[in-house]
Design a protein around this ligand. Structure first.
Ligand code: AMP
Length: 283
């Protein structure tokens, strides 16, 4: 596995692979890798001839300076995990390499970013779209791999690919969970033992919602209220939002729509850490 630190080195490498007719997979990450990331890398290795994994804690997508400062950074441990998972090249740029000058371009994803993460983290998806566009241009992948754990991010990147005609295929990978149901996340490392013991409660709230959505008897508002109530019974959990939405448009539902997938998405603060999770229920 090669480690590439500059945009020019990544471009040169991926250009060579393109000339050799290799299919390139890209897995963008912010590092502090866990099994959820590694499953994306393994899937990419199975389906592509060369796999680029980027590790870049992207400052432009953080709206909270403490979250950026405290985000776990473990490049050596990450590199050791990536080679056996099938990564061909690790792209590990410095901030100045990705942003030699500050960006002025602004993305507007309309309704898609006016809910949930977009509404609660102003500028977040502008930063995501900026860095993802840069990574697409630098690595020119055939396939890109994203996790459904960040469901709204998947929808935003899908829109970005369509609107800017990026010639690549997006693979959305299901959420990988710990044995007790907690969605794997780099931020889980920041939970102390007490918070870690409470964290699976989030998925319990989502599972309750999932069961109710499957029945389609309770209204979307009643499903939301039932899940909120379950989560409110844990005082350490501070729920930022819990929404019952159309899985494609991400707009909140007032009624069930026939044959349309539903998503229940949440964000919560626990022990000073902000966690997100979701479940998707097919239509
Ligand atoms: P991050 O490093 O958190 O920015 O995540 C990098 C990629 O891995 C994103 O596409 C995430 O959606 C994905 N990812 C993060 N956690 C998980 C998980 N538990 N299961 C599946 N994919 C994940």
């Amino acid at each position: 596995m090669e480690i590439l630190n500059t945009a020019a080195a990544l471009q040169a490498q991926t250009e060579t692979w393109r000339r050799e007719g290799k299919r390139i997979g890209l897995v963008p990450t912010m590092g502090a890798l866990h099994e959820g990331h590694l499953q994306l890398v393994r899937a990419a290795a199975q389906e592509c001839d060369a796999v680029v994994v980027s590790i870049f804690v992207n400052p432009t997508q953080f709206n909270n300076p403490d979250d950026f400062r405290l985000y776990p950074r473990l490049p050596e441990a990450d590199a050791a995990l990536l080679a056996p998972a099938g990564c061909t090249a690790l792209f590990l740029p410095a901030v100045t390499e990705m942003y030699p000058q500050s960006t002025v371009l602004r993305f507007d994803f309309g309704a898609l970013e006016q809910v949930m993460e977009g509404a609660h983290r102003p500028g977040h998806f502008n930063g995501v779209a900026t860095v993802v566009s840069k990574l697409f241009h630098l690595s020119r992948p055939h396939r890109v791999y994203f996790g459904q754990k960040d469901l709204q991010q998947v929808a935003i990147v899908r829109q970005l690919i369509a609107d800017l005609s990026f010639d690549l295929e997006l693979v959305a990978f299901p959420t990988v969970r710990e044995a007790d149901g907690l969605a794997m996340s780099s931020r889980n490392r920041r939970l102390d033992a007490e918070a870690r013991a409470i964290a699976p409660r989030l998925y319990q709230g989502l599972q309750l919602a999932e069961k109710l959505v499957q029945g389609r008897e309770a209204s979307p508002a009643a499903v939301q209220a039932a899940a909120q109530e379950l989560l409110a019974s844990e005082p350490a959990l501070d729920l930022e939002y819990l929404e019952v939405v159309d899985a494609q448009t991400l707009q909140p539902l007032t009624d069930w729509q026939p044959h349309r997938a539903v998503a229940v998405c949440l964000a919560a603060h626990l022990g000073g850490v902000r966690l997100i999770d979701n479940v998707v229920i097919e239509g």
